[in-house]
Design a protein around this ligand. Structure first.
Ligand code: ATP
Length: 331
């Protein structure tokens, strides 16, 4: 039932929903799936503010991001755009100031110290740029890989043997089977990073996070390390997020998300197309991101090329929205 009242401003009858109708609508809204409900990683309007000597830095300014299970994706962005801040939050090492972040069903804003430790041991694995941060120098490669399994504390009968076997298998899968008995200083930078991937995979994490893992390597070695990530993704199904400045890495993945000023700004999706002669080629397409509040970041070069600043004109067409420079001053 709908009440018909008179809108005093317009002086015409207008339909006001009854309380029962309002309640029905609210219930329907409640039943709608939440943002990122089917994603393995879902960041919703994530904010991280750092305060140093009374000065606030907004490292993340309402960042939205979803990552599906089984994805291998790259995060790119200028220095200071917020990539490491986001990775530290996803790694469970830092807590956002506001917003929501869920990884494999865990709420990153609501974890106490114990569940945070559990999260870091079981849900995520990480590989950092600095090789020294990934491996313990006094342990061999095999011992480094076995350590997270020991910390997980599932000994059981034959447990040590099984852990050693898993360490050997992981090292073999990542192409460093011959490095098992060597300590980190006896390994090249590329070998150290591949062993670090094995360490990160030791406890079968849902997500593998890597912050500039090829940053200290030459391009050929970087390619080998990236191939190891791809292998982990394809053969073990691990979801992988790699922060990188390395264009070769960014070009190799199906999805590259660019962060600008603490927000996701654009995305490049790549897919393989087969032409009539059966030839395969990879087609890349760039998309701008429309955030949950309806905001869109125009690429800086587009806005500059047309002298757009402060105010633009929008027009809704049948199948697109036009954006024009403000011409108010010309009229
Ligand atoms: N612990 C902190 N205290 C104060 N400010 C910080 C802190 N960590 C990061 N910031 C600031 O937050 C912003 C984002 O930094 P962040 O390290 O996330 O960027 P980034 O994209 O990873 O950069 P880079 O590519 O250089 O590593 C920067 O302005 C940085 O100075």
């Amino acid at each position: 039932m709908t009440d018909t009242t008179t809108d005093p401003a317009a002086g015409t009858p207008s339909a006001r929903p009854t309380l029962a109708e309002l309640e029905k609508r609210a219930a329907a809204r409640g039943g709608r799936p939440s943002y990122g409900h089917d994603a393995l990683i879902a960041c919703d309007r994530l904010v991280r503010i750092f305060t140093t000597d009374g000065v606030e830095v907004q490292a993340l300014q309402g960042l939205d991001l979803t990552v599906q299970e089984g994805e291998l994706m790259a995060l790119v962005g200028a220095s200071g755009s917020g990539k490491s801040t986001l990775m530290n939050i996803l790694a469970g090492l830092d807590v956002p100031t506001a917003g929501a972040a869920k990884v494999a069903g865990r709420d990153l804003l609501a974890m106490d110290a114990k569940s945070r430790l559990d999260y870091r041991r079981h849900v995520v694995g990480f590989v950092w740029q600095q090789t020294a941060r990934n491996l313990l120098p006094y342990l061999t490669a095999s011992q480094n890989v076995a350590l997270p399994m020991q910390l997980r504390g599932r000994a059981g009968r034959g447990g040590s043997k099984r852990k050693a076997e898993r360490a050997t298998e992981l090292l073999a899968m990542l192409g460093v089977a011959d490095c098992g008995d060597r300590r980190p200083h006896q390994l090249s930078g590329g070998q150290q990073q591949r062993v670090a991937i094995a360490v990160a995979l030791a406890n079968s994490p849902s997500v593998l996070l890597a912050d500039e893992p090829t940053g200290e390597l030459d391009s050929a070695t970087g390619e080998q390390v990236f191939a190891a990530f791809r292998r982990a993704n394809e053969e073990l199904g691990t979801t992988i997020v790699i922060v990188t400045h390395d264009q070769a890495v960014a070009d190799e993945v199906r999805r590259t998300v660019a962060i600008r000023d603490g927000r996701t700004a654009s995305e490049v999706l790549r897919r393989t197309e087969v032409d009539a002669e059966g030839r395969e080629s990879v087609v890349a397409r760039e998309y701008a991101m429309l955030d949950r509040a309806g905001r869109l970041q125009l690429p800086a070069e587009y806005a500059t090329a047309l002298g757009m600043e402060d105010r633009v004109m929008l027009e809704l067409e049948q199948d697109h929205i036009g954006v024009w420079p403000d011409d108010a001053g010309e009229k």
